[in-house]
Design a protein around this ligand. Structure first.
Ligand code: COA
Length: 265
């Protein structure tokens, strides 16, 4: 999509399209809408081409509410590569909080230290296997509400549809038949984007995530041409250093503004 400059948002929008979302151009912004998963914040958001000038945040919020009248959240992306925030105070005054991520890229990945050989790496295929990422997320996430489970089920259904369509892989590491780490890697137009890199807390630090990242890259390259692998990380969390050790280099900063649903009760 030519009008999205940053690799971070270009691959976000690419993945949304691949998963069946609509992407509509409006005067001054883009609307990304995932009707199959309306509570997915970054499946239902507005993308503006540059940071807000003074006075713009109020209009941005009204635009979001007009596009998503039913949404309990507000999610607004700012296309850019340098992390510029613009009229941040006005957005904060409207209850939004910024999240600045680092977008990393690699053309070739390094070889990780060998993972524990008792783990069985495989691309998920069967119904039984596809049930496991949902259970896995339930065991890792703190939110055990019905709404959260539904959200996770819909996300996993997306990963399954993309994997079955040959657009990439959801790769898992199993021990004794139970999924203990997993990630998605999906690609189009020479760009492959990682999703949901996660290892069960009891199985961390054994090389699982590193091995999955490298193996997924190899598998997706077998399926299609990949010029760049893209991964997005929190710059203050140690995972970003795992990615750097595997050969990823910092390429951009991504800015996302979010107001989560107000908690009830
Ligand atoms: C980030 C995460 C996926 C890493 O999974 P993992 O399977 O433990 O990763 P690995 O075992 O491959 O560890 C890679 C490196 O991190 C190091 N490491 C592991 N836990 C660490 C910790 N708590 N603090 C600092 N370093 C740590 C390991 O020593 C290892 O280094 P090495 O390869 O140089 O020896 C896992 O911690 C996780 O699921 N976190 C929560 C979800 C998340 O935030 N994902 C990242 C989204 S950007």
């Amino acid at each position: 999509m030519a009008s999205v400059r940053s690799l971070g948002f270009r691959t976000d929008v690419m993945l949304r399209r691949m998963a069946g979302a609509t992407v509509e151009e409006r005067e001054g912004f883009i609307v990304v809408r995932t009707t199959a998963n309306p509570t997915f914040y970054w499946g239902n958001f507005l993308l503006f081409p540059q940071p807000p000038e003074a006075g713009a945040p109020e209009r941005w919020l009204r635009a979001f509410e007009a596009e998503f009248p039913e949404a309990a959240h507000v999610a607004i992306g700012v296309d850019g590569v340098d992390g510029a925030l613009g009229a941040a105070e006005e957005l904060r005054a409207l209850g939004l909080t910024e999240e600045r991520s680092v977008v990393l890229t690699a053309q070739v990945l390094a070889t990780p230290r060998p993972a524990d050989p008792t783990f069985d790496l495989r691309v998920l295929r069967t119904d039984e296997e596809w049930h496991q990422p949902v259970e896995f997320r339930e065991s890792v996430d703190e939110d055990d509400s019905a709404g959260h489970r539904e959200f996770v089920e819909r996300r996993v259904a997306e990963f399954r549809a993309l994997t079955e369509a040959g657009r990439g892989v959801y790769l898992g590491a199993f021990v004794d038949g139970i999924l203990r780490a997993g990630l998605g890697l999906f690609a189009a137009d020479g760009l492959a984007r990682y999703q949901n890199v996660e290892t069960h807390p009891d199985f961390r630090g054994r090389g699982l995530a590193s091995t999955l990242i490298v193996e997924a890259a190899r598998l997706v390259r077998e399926q299609q041409r990949v010029e760049q692998f893209v991964i997005v990380a929190d710059p203050s969390y140690f995972a970003v250093d795992i990615y750097r050790r595997l050969g990823f280099r910092d390429a951009e900063q991504q800015v996302q503004w979010l107001r989560p649903p107000r908690s009830v009760g």
